[in-house]
Each structure stands twice: as structure tokens, then as C-alpha cells.
Ligand binder design. Structure first.
Ligand code: FDA
Length: 321
């Protein structure tokens, strides 16, 4: 219920106006979004690299209908790719088709994305296309396959295990030979298209992860769920899959302890580092995933008040994060 409410708020323009004006919301966003500029992003990537983590950089933005904003987003990605190359960062980028012009027109998207793809190819950097809500799945996979068929190979997609269709899509992507990130899915999806029970979403995640590891091309296993991670570790151990055939992926600011445990155990781990001014829907989706984060937020409110010293834990969430 709370999850649905938070996802609803992530899409509400009115709520956005009110909530983004509150210092506490901005403060909370800092946990998940390290900054608004490319310099701040690069600082966070360097910190991650120093801790043994690869990174994927995401300039926040989605559902963009204005051509100038889409071009500006492409400029930012161009700049990020440049910094990754010149500063020898262990990083790639993640972006959304709807940020680059998918909702404007196919021709515009192709043109706007073209120069970013060219730059990434020249520098041998990989671009991941995030997956959005279910109405975008067909357009995204078709768009993606269009670029793949034109010969672009430094690109990959994301599939969400809560959707009924995901095993079929995973088989389609395995056949194509492309890299897939598998995650559970972050949007509110109706029972017509998505599993509603946690155990079903988890089973689908493990099924897809096993298929992608056994038959796919260097999949990204994107989860903070220890049961999913244990299931994958058991599978790769039984099947003697080398640890350089896949990577775990987690979000910046989430389960840093687990990220380090996996690195120490010899697995590859990549953190997704978002940045930029459009942090509001991203933050709301992160709160929806773990409503306990609301306590952290409430803690910050109390901390900012004159009675702040009464709040136990001083705004930390109790897991050292
Ligand atoms: P689950 O939600 O079951 O959480 C398991 C445990 O992880 C929780 O009990 C908690 O301990 C911890 N946890 C999870 N989320 C947390 C949070 N926000 N704060 C603190 N703790 C948290 N989705 C999508 O629809 N399209 C996409 O393209 C992507 N891309 C993507 C990239 C990467 C690298 C990651 C890690 C995730 C995504 N996602 C995504 C989001 C994904 O679909 C999903 O919503 C979250 O990863 C949460 O699901 P978990 O698998 O972590 O399990």
C-alpha cells in the first residue's frame, strides 16, 4: 500500500512541486544521488573504483518531450564519456530512451542518440538502456533491436522479473547475443502484466538470471536481495561458472556492506550512480522499495528541528548506511 502510494507520488507533478522544495527531501536524495554536476559524479565514481567497485553513470531524466532538453541530456552523456576516457575511470553509462527523445519521434531519437553511440564506440565504452514502465517495454526492446541490427554492439538492455513476459524477452536477447541486466522492476504494474506476489517475482528473477548466466552474454545481476544473490552464487558454484562471466550490480547508497562482501569474495560488482537535478522520481522509487527509508527521512526532519537530539541513531538507518 505504502509502496503504491510512493510510486504514485513519484509520478505526481503536484507532489513533486511540494516535496522537492523541502530541505529534508533534498537531504534524503543525497544518500542515493551523490550530486547534481558531472564533477560530483566523477568524484563518486572515483570513490567507488577505489573501493573495488565498477560504476555505471546515469544522468537523471525520463519521459522528456522537449527536443532541447533531450539534446542537452545527450551533451551531458558526451561529457561523461569524455571524462570516463580521459580519467581512466572503471565505468560505463546507463540511460533511458525516453530521456533521449523516444517520446518525440524515432528519427529524433536516432539522431540525438547517434553521436553519443559514436563517441561510446570510439572509446570502447558500454551503454545500458534502462527499462521503464510496462508500456515502454515493446518500444524499448524494438528500438534497441533496431540499433543492434544497425551494427551497434556496445549496447545492452534491462529486463524486469516482475513481468510475465520476461523469460520470453530473455530468450530473445540471448538469441541476439546482447548483454542484459536483470532486475525485479521498480514500477507499479497491474496484475494483467505482472506478478503481484513477492515469491513469484523472486522465482522469475532466479529463472531469468540462471538462463542469462548459462546462455547469455555477460549479464548484470542487479539486486540487493540476499536470497537472490545466494541463489545465483549457488548456481555459479554448482555449474563452475567463472566469476568474470557476469557481474552483480547494486544502487549507489544501498547495501554498501553487501557490495564489499561480494568484492572480497572475488565477484565483480558495479554500482549504479545517478546524478543531476531530476532526482525526485528516482528518490520516490527508492523509498518505495524500502519504506523503512521513510524512517530515515523522518529522522532527518527531527534532526533539523530544535529537538533533533532526541532522535535515536542520528538519522542513520541502523545498518551503517
Ligand atoms: P528487494 O526490493 O526485495 O530488496 C531486497 C533488500 O535490499 C531489502 O530488504 C533491503 O535490505 C535492500 N534494499 C532494496 N532497495 C533498497 C533501497 N531503496 N534502500 C535501502 N535498501 C534497499 N528497475 C527498473 O524498473 N528498471 C531499471 O532499469 C532498473 N535498473 C536497476 C539497476 C540497478 C543496478 C539496480 C540495483 C536496480 C535497478 N532497478 C531497475 C531497480 C530494481 O528493479 C528494484 O526496484 C530494486 O533493485 C530493488 O529490488 P531488489 O532486487 O534489491 O530486492
Amino acid at each position: 500500500m505504502l509502496r503504491e502510494g510512493l510510486i504514485y507520488l513519484s509520478e505526481s507533478g503536484k507532489a513533486k512541486k511540494v516535496l522537492t522544495g523541502l530541505p529534508v527531501t533534498r537531504g534524503m536524495s543525497r544518500r542515493f544521488v551523490p550530486g547534481e554536476t558531472v564533477d560530483e559524479l566523477v568524484g563518486a565514481i572515483k570513490e567507488a573504483n577505489a573501493a573495488g567497485l565498477a560504476a555505471t553513470a546515469n544522468y537523471l531524466g525520463e519521459a522528456e518531450k522537449n527536443e532541447a532538453n533531450c539534446r542537452a541530456a545527450a551533451d551531458v552523456y558526451y561529457d561523461i564519456l569524455d571524462r570516463i576516457h580521459t580519467e581512466h575511470l572503471d565505468a560505463n553509462v546507463s540511460m533511458k530512451f525516453t530521456q533521449m527523445g523516444q517520446v518525440i519521434s524515432q528519427d529524433f531519437l536516432t539522431e540525438n542518440l547517434g553521436r553519443v553511440l559514436t563517441k561510446a564506440k570510439e572509446e570502447d565504452t558500454f551503454i545500458r538502456f534502462d527499462m521503464e514502465s510496462s508500456e515502454y517495454v515493446d518500444p524499448t526492446l524494438d528500438e534497441f533491436q533496431g540499433f543492434w541490427d544497425q551494427g551497434w554492439r556496445n549496447i545492452g538492455v534491462v529486463l524486469q522479473s516482475y513481468l510475465f513476459r520476461t523469460m520470453d524477452d530473455a530468450r530473445r536477447m540471448v538469441e541476439l547475443g546482447t548483454r542484459v541486466r536483470i532486475c525485479k522492476g521498480a514500477y507499479n504494474e497491474p496484475p494483467e502484466v505482472a506478478y503481484q506476489e513477492r515469491h513469484e517475482v523472486d522465482q522469475s528473477f532466479l529463472d531469468a538470471a540462471r538462463l542469462l548466466i548459462a546462455e547469455g552474454n555477460y549479464p548484470g545481476i542487479a539486486t540487493h536481495d540476499e536470497n537472490m544473490i545466494d541463489g545465483v552464487v549457488r548456481f555459479v558454484t554448482e555449474q563452475k561458472v567463472p566469476s568474470d562471466r557476469f557481474e552483480f550490480q547494486m544502487l549507489h547508497g544501498v547495501r554498501r556492506d553487501l557490495q564489499q562482501e561480494l568484492v572480497k569474495a572475488g565477484y565483480r560488482v558495479r554500482v549504479y550512480i545517478p546524478f543531476g537535478v531530476s532526482w525526485y522520481p528516482y528518490l520516490m522509487r527508492r523509498l518505495a522499495e524500502r519504506p523503512a527509508n521513510m524512517l530515515f527521512m523522518a529522522g532527518s526532519v527531527v534532526k533539523e528541528s530544535p529537538l533533533g537530539f532526541l532522535w535515536p541513531g542520528g538519522g542513520r538507518n541502523g545498518r551503517g548506511e
